[in-house]
Design a binder for this molecule. Structure first.
Ligand code: FSX
Ligand code: SF4
Ligand code: F3S
Length: 407
């Protein structure tokens, strides 16, 4: 993450806020340069203009820690786990310094009645000011009896906690729209998940901020919270409640394998030559072309570049996208939402498939108009390369059949 931070006016901050920085350095037990890089990274993640890192640093320095109540319902705790893997700073430091985590079932020491008392006390003391974070889906069938905490259903608890919250954040796909627990089983007559799992907005009957992903990228959550700290309000959201800074571009638009897609070079099977060479995973069912998220640019877990599903060689399953993740079969090819191929396919060695010539692309574009021509070309290229690959496979199958016959 550090390498991506815009270090723009870091020296100015060093000069003007030395005292405050010394304090924050002690509090966070983090070198000031690392702290400022962290602020710059968050500002870049939020898409703020150069220089905004100073405002972010100031908001964190002032240590106005909002009380956070974090509820857990139907989920795997992967959202919290992924946050625990954020290194700059660690969640532990965030808990102590950026937010005041007053209730979090998996992390708090208190248990039973003590835990419930801590939640009620935090809600009372911070009425109208606390941030409610919900992780996990909420079961609705049979009045919500499938998830109860302290004898209270998830439905009642989320309503009670949301009533006096300054902001509600649904973290993860489960809380955003139902996610994995809302998957309808493929058995005849099934029209909902066994427990009728729903997202927070559906239960509250009003929009909330959502950070979908299974798990979501922790930096998107941190950036949204820090936006709240810095500007006193949540960032701009799309119609699904997602922060636009993270979910306004298709994964396919910024994918490192995009050049292979445009050139018609596809992995056809896990472990085949194309897969080993990092070819596009579209034909293995990659949902990047219909999934909005910043996974391809942000990466996960501070483990360096390429640390995201496609970077690791697995097709994106569309985990951030309602109607795609946990709904479409993993190997079903994606719907192309935004076809933006180049005018001419890159002239590099095509080991699989045949690219159409620039002349034929120009001819189609001239007849059908640029946009329609582009769509036709991409379809044509997919078809051509697919046909070539099928022929190649048939040849291989014939060869191995002949080998076996000869053996
Ligand atoms: Fe798990 Fe969170 Fe997935 Fe859900 O993440 S990583 S099942 S989105 O609620 O814990
Ligand atoms: Fe990347 Fe998937 Fe798009 Fe291929 S289909 S370029 S792997 S996002
Ligand atoms: Fe999920 Fe796809 Fe990103 S599977 S983590 S949206 S690459």
């Amino acid at each position: 993450m550090e390498g991506r931070a815009d270090m723009g006016n870091m020296n100015d901050i060093f000069d003007t806020g030395r005292q405050a920085l010394q304090e924050v350095e002690q509090r966070l037990e983090m070198p000031r340069r690392e702290f400022l890089q962290f602020c710059a990274t968050l500002a870049v993640t939020m898409g703020l203009p150069s220089g905004a890192e100073a405002a972010v640093a100031k908001a964190i320095e002032s240590a106005k820690r909002p009380s956070v109540i974090w509820l857990h319902f139907q989920e795997c705790t992967g959202c919290s786990e992924s946050l625990l893997r954020a290194e700059h700073p660690t969640l532990e430091k965030l808990i102590l310094d950026v937010i005041s985590l007053d209730y979090h079932e998996t992390l708090m020491a208190a248990a039973g009645h003590q835990a419930e008392a801590a939640r009620k006390a935090a809600m009372k003391a911070n009425k109208g000011k606390y941030v409610l974070v919900v992780e996990g889906a909420i079961p609705t069938k049979q009045n919500g009896i499938y998830c109860k905490i302290g004898g209270q259903t998830a439905i009642d608890m989320v309503k009670e906690c949301a009533a006096d919250a300054a902001a509600v954040i649904a973290i993860g796909s489960c809380a955003s729209w139902g996610g994995m627990p809302s998957t309808i089983p493929s058995i005849s007559g099934a029209d909902s998940s066994p427990t009728g799992s729903a997202g927070v907005a559906e239960i509250l009957g009003k929009p909330v901020m959502t950070i979908p992903g299974c798990p979501p990228n922790p930096y998107n959550f941190l950036a949204a919270v820090v936006h709240f700290l810095t500007f006193g309000k949540l960032p701009e959201l799309d119609k699904l409640g997602r922060p636009k800074f993270a979910y306004s571009r298709l994964i396919h638009e910024n994918c490192e394998r995009r050049a292979h897609f445009d050139a018609g070079r596809f992995a056809m099977e896990f472990g085949d030559t194309g897969h080993r060479q990092g070819y596009c995973l579209y034909k293995l069912g990659c949902k990047g072309p219909e999934t909005y998220a910043n996974c391809s640019t942000l990466g996960f877990g501070d483990a360096g570049e390429n640390n995201w599903p496609v970077g690791c060689g697995h097709p994106c399953i569309g985990c951030t996208e309602k109607g795609v993740g946990f709904t479409k079969p993993i190997h079903q090819v994606a719907k192309m939402l935004n076809v933006t191929p180049p005018l001419q396919y890159p002239r590099i060695v095509e080991e699989q498939g045949k690219a159409a010539s620039f002349a034929s692309a120009a001819a189609v574009a001239a007849v059908a108009g640029a946009a329609a021509g582009a769509a036709i070309m991409i379809t044509r290229n997919l078809g051509l390369s697919h046909a070539a690959e099928e022929a190649e496979r048939a040849k291989d199958a014939g060869k191995s059949g002949a080998d076996k016959a000869g053996a």
